[in-house]
Design a binder for this molecule. Structure first.
Ligand SMILES: [Zn+2]
Length: 302
């Protein structure tokens, strides 16, 4: 009898744990932060030295993605930082990677090679392994951390700051990032020659080689790319080259994500209904993809 009583308690505890996993609370939801590019091909950079060094977007986010992560975790959400390059082999990046617990994905995506998604093989893009990581881990959202640059010469902030998003699921995430970054940093702390920074949200898909954003959309995952700061804007670059400015910028990104995550449970997700039927932006629709032969890709159109 006593044994049965103990068994009942164990069963009740197991049942409670199980139902908790079925009805995951927002506090158990996962935010994925993707550091764009790799240390060996680090993306956009300043046209010249700032405070004695060239600022590169991948290196910047290796150092400061941890600030974003901490802000997200402090709000009660899980957060993981990923990168599609090889792990660093030298300081200071070894220390940054260790401190932020950066996960380096198994298949380094260096040099812009295109891959089909494991889950939606008509979606083909570079950066797909990051999308697949978010899909596999059922992320609540994925935010790609970049900086912008429109050339190799210094400019004075004529271009609007940009947040890119996926078409169906990314609207609320991108707007939350845009408005928070604009309010907290672009028009507040970050100088721009006395003018306010304009910022805008743009939806992109496979037509503009962002099939990785489509794959997130197919899986119901909001995705946004932070391109708000211009490394060829000298005022932006000087601000980001200082530790206080860099932290303030990363903190604004973290706050934007937290605002979205708090609203997230009430937002309806769009899922692709049939992965075997072409959808907007599928492989066959993308003009450039017609020229590609990518092993494992499913051609839905031709
Ligand atoms: Zn970039």
């Amino acid at each position: 009898m006593r044994a049965l009583w103990v068994l009942n308690i164990i069963a009740a505890v197991l049942l409670a744990a199980h139902s908790q996993s079925l009805h995951a609370s927002p506090s158990s939801e996962l935010v994925v932060l993707d550091i764009g590019h790799s240390l060996s091909a680090p993306g956009a950079s300043t046209p010249g030295p700032v405070n004695g060094r060239i600022l590169r977007e991948c290196e910047f986010w290796h150092q400061y993605a941890a600030v974003v992560k901490k802000e997200v975790q402090n709000a009660g959400f899980r957060c993981v930082i990923i990168n599609r390059g090889n792990p660093p082999t030298s300081e200071p990046f070894l220390s940054f990677a260790r401190r932020a617990r950066i996960t380096y994905l198994r298949h380094p995506d260096i040099g812009g090679a295109r891959y089909p998604s494991r889950y939606f093989p008509d979606r083909v893009a570079s950066g797909m392994v990051s999308a697949d990581f978010a899909i596999f881990n059922r992320a609540a959202c994925i935010v790609f951390l970049h900086h912008n640059s429109s050339g190799t010469r210094w400019k004075s902030g004529a271009s609007p700051s940009v947040i890119l998003r996926n078409k169906y699921n990314g609207a609320v995430l991108a707007e939350s990032l845009r408005s928070t970054i604009e309010r907290d940093i672009l028009n507040n702390a970050m100088p721009n020659g006395g003018r306010g920074c304009r910022s805008e949200v743009r939806s992109v898909d496979a037509e503009r080689s962002a099939g990785w954003l489509n794959a997130c959309d197919d899986a119901g995952i909001p995705a946004a790319v932070v391109e708000s700061a211009f490394l060829d804007n000298r005022a932006h670059a000087v601000f980001l080259a200082g530790d206080a400015g860099a932290r303030a910028y990363a903190l604004a990104v973290g706050r934007g994500i937290v605002r979205f995550m708090r609203a997230s449970p009430s937002i309806r997700r769009h899922h692709r209904t049939n992965p075997y039927v072409p959808d907007q932006g599928s492989f066959g629709y993308a003009a450039e993809s017609r020229r590609l032969t990518v092993p494992g890709a499913r051609h839905l159109i031709h």
